[in-house]
Design a protein around this ligand. Structure first.
Ligand SMILES: *Cc1c(COP(=O)(O)O)cnc(C)c1O
Length: 431
């Protein structure tokens, strides 16, 4: 498609967009009394209008039924979390039995490592990506130390080449081959939080299995963003947070995927609690743990219903629309944003560089832009003018036009504000 940097063209794309009306299902903050252009759905998704209703339902049930709500609420609390597995399974590319919802992301990755990081003899190393999200780095280091190893020796980072912004698949596969039978686990972020690069999870998972390692994925920036086929890719385990692209609310519950070949395994190590025991006999309060025959065996506590309510509201929207439609719009809106960025860059003195892969297969919703020179001032200008984006040191803004609620007109307007900001900054510098 031949794009144009005009309001009319952007509005025409909005008219043709079958998801355009979904914008009205979300609540937008305002700056200068105008709805913002929201680029941070990769950090905290906007609030679905239905979220409050679902929370209110739980409050009402609590008020009117109190403890009886566990069994007699319209959506009973004792198995509330199971309602999320079905819509999530379609987003994640899994069977519903392979999904469970609990805790938060870092907590879940630790718990999953109880099952999937089992160093023994010379097989004790973990492969991850260089400059992984800090929480993942702390998690891996503390796990390795917990097992009595030195992180400097036991953690092997996949490196980028000098002067390059993204990882190359051949370098990843080379590292996997080099570590070989010393590798116990490969754990990488499926979409890099900084650059937005999408990893080839299928190929990497297979390479990991070929050397006898477990392979897990941190899907914080992947879930609700890109096409996932975890079951078919034969991934061992994965976890994600729900408050980024999945719009469930700040700090909200995480989800886990555990491949079905690990269900009903009696020898697999796991930290257990009463919500993982068979639902048939859970309330008989028996001393013996009888694991659920699915991923719910990894559940420990009874679920935080007030947190799951907005998560469920959001997942119902995903279920209505489906990932294929979201991805179709995503590809177009990201391509349009990329075009706008290049247009503006050509019109003003060049000040920025897109570090996200230009190949649509290697990126999702996010474009990361490296601002040369006085980037922070430009970032502040954008924020003051109703463009919500985020700043990552040393010099990067991340732009994620979530297809659920961002419009093509937003992209055009953003371009105009960006251009104004650069021109003002340049004239300040030259005066
Ligand atoms: C956002 C994010 C997290 C956040 O972890 P929490 O435990 O939910 O605070 C972890 N890892 C990655 C890669 C992230 O992008």
């Amino acid at each position: 498609m031949q794009f144009e940097n005009t309001l009319e063209f952007a509005q025409r794309l909005d008219k043709q967009d079958t998801l355009n009306s979904y914008r009205d299902h979300f609540l937008f903050p305002k700056v200068n009394e105008k709805q913002v252009i929201y680029f941070t759905g990769n950090s905290l998704g906007l609030q679905p209008k239905n979220a409050k209703k679902y929370v209110d339902e739980v409050m009402q049930d609590w008020e009117e039924l109190a403890v009886e709500g566990h069994f007699y609420a319209d959506k009973p609390w004792w198995d509330y979390h199971e309602r999320l597995a079905n819509p999530l399974s379609k987003i994640i590319g899994a069977k519903p039995s392979e999904i469970t919802v609990m805790n938060t992301l870092t907590v879940n990755l630790h718990l999953l490592m109880v099952s999937f990081y089992r160093p023994k003899g010379k097989r004790y190393k973990i492969i991850c990506e260089e400059k992984a999200f800090p929480s993942d780095q702390y998690m891996l280091q503390s796990q390795v130390r917990f097992h009595g190893y030195d992180p400097n020796d036991a953690i092997v980072e996949i490196k980028k080449r000098d002067g390059e912004h993204n990882f190359r698949i051949e370098d990843i596969l080379d590292t996997i081959t080099e570590v070989g039978e010393e590798c116990a686990l490969i754990l990488i972020g499926g979409v890099n939080y900084y650059t937005g690069q999408v990893f080839d999870m299928k190929t990497i998972t297979k390479a990991g299995h070929d050397i006898g390692a477990f392979v897990g994925w941190d899907l914080a920036h992947a879930a609700g963003n890109i096409k996932l086929e975890l079951h078919d890719w034969d991934v061992d385990f994965a976890s994600w947070c729900s408050y980024k692209y999945m719009n469930s609310g700040p700090g909200n519950a995480s989800g886990c995927f555990i491949h079905e070949r690990f269900h009903n395994q009696t020898e697999i190590p796991r930290f257990e609690g009463w919500w993982g025991t068979s639902r048939e006999t859970r309330f008989l309060m028996k001393p013996q743990f009888e694991p659920m025959p699915n991923a719910d065996a990894w559940q420990l506590s009874n679920a935080p219903i007030l947190a799951l309510a907005p998560y469920l509201a959001s997942l119902e929207l995903f279920d209505e629309v489906g990932m294929d439609a979201l991805i179709k719009k995503r590809n177009l809106i990201v391509a349009y944003l990329e075009y706008i960025l290049k247009e503006i860059d050509a019109q003003v003195e060049s000040t920025f560089e897109i570090i996200t892969p230009s190949n649509p297969k290697e990126r999702g919703t996010q474009l990361s832009v490296f601002l040369h020179g006085e980037g922070k001032k430009l970032f502040e200008f954008l924020m003051k003018n109703g463009v919500i984006t985020d700043w990552r040191e040393p010099n990067v803004i991340r732009l994620a036009p979530a297809p659920f609620y961002c419009s093509f007109e937003d992209m055009f307007r953003f371009g105009q504000i960006l251009k104004q900001g650069i021109l003002e900054k340049n004239s300040e510098l030259s005066s």
